[in-house]
Design a protein around this ligand. Structure first.
Ligand SMILES: [Zn+2]
Ligand SMILES: [Zn+2]
Length: 292
């Protein structure tokens, strides 16, 4: 964190509630303990699925950030605590390389005593996110897919390819015999005779996602350890980027970042910093005029 003063952690010895039903505390807890001295509490029987599920039985409403904030609030209300955390992940094509899948994780931290809402995000290509429609007799195609998605180290979900049907959804599959049985039964009731097999992205079923979450939790911890230079509140860090780095050849603005904006989660103080890539100018290859 460039230029951020970081003193003793304001959260040492404190406990925050983490709203999760998928054992995320095992992944998010250790980095927050190391960087901040913050402990986590997970309330029992919290139904975060009411805010939406990956498998689509309950659609998620709103952008991931607001879902994460609502989830954190749900935990804080259940536990009557003033510090809360929640994570929300979304999976899809990597923005600049659409052929590569990406894991976009958001971690929200709320502090009602200081009135803080701190959001840290991480976009990683380190994900097995994928799906396939297979015929139960096509053993080769299924075997290729299983290899690619690191089964059985990572869990899978199976349903009929033509759509969800009651009683024909299997989640958290880590056993090859269970998988083959589910594929056969899902295909049998699917209108096109195919089973839809997809990666189970819930964190307890997905070690790749756990690694991304651990990185994100460390970044959040470091950010909360950084104090605002103006008011001293925790959570000083990157809040925006300014694009338009000039082309080295013609001087036109390119899509590359020319400044990083650091800001406070409590007051309106902001500072502009040089970009993390360290470039003084963009190469002609990144310029829409020089390299259309
Ligand atoms: Zn140019
Ligand atoms: Zn401030």
């Amino acid at each position: 964190m460039s230029g951020a003063p970081s003193g003793p952690s304001p959260y040492r010895g404190r406990t925050a509630v983490l709203a999760t039903k998928h054992q995320k505390e095992a992944v998010i807890g250790p980095p927050l303990s190391t960087t901040l001295g913050l402990a986590l509490y997970v309330p029992p029987n919290l139904d975060t699925d009411a805010l939406g599920t990956f498998t689509g039985e309950v659609p998620r409403e709103g952008p991931p950030r607001s879902v994460a904030v609502r989830k954190a609030r749900m935990g804080m209300e259940a536990a009557h605590m003033s510090l809360g955390l929640a994570n929300e992940g979304s999976f899809g094509p990597f923005p600049s390389w659409p052929m590569i899948p990406a894991d976009h994780e958001i971690l929200v931290f709320l502090d009602d005593e200081l009135g803080l809402e701190v959001v840290e995000q991480w976009l990683s290509p380190e994900t097995n996110f994928a799906s396939v429609a297979v015929h139960p007799d096509d053993a080769d195609e299924l075997a290729d897919f299983l290899d690619r998605v690191k089964f059985p180290g990572h869990g899978l979900i199976v349903r009929p390819h033509s759509g969800l049907q009651e009683g024909y959804l299997w989640k958290g599959i880590v056993d090859p015999a269970v998988l083959h049985d589910a594929v056969a039964r899902a295909a049998m009731v699917s209108q096109d005779g195919l089973a839809h097999v997809e990666t189970d992205m819930r964190s307890h079923m997905n070690p790749s996602r756990q690694q991304v979450l651990a990185v994100l939790a460390r970044r959040l911890g470091e950010r909360l350890a950084a104090a605002c230079p103006a008011c001293g509140a925790p959570g000083w860090g990157l809040v925006d980027v300014v694009r338009g780095l000039a082309c080295e050849s013609c001087g036109a603005a390119t899509p590359l970042v020319k400044a990083e904006v650091f800001g406070c989660a409590r007051c309106s103080h902001q500072e502009s910093n040089p970009p993390a890539h360290g470039l003084a100018a963009a190469s002609a290859g990144d310029c829409e005029w020089c390299n259309p």
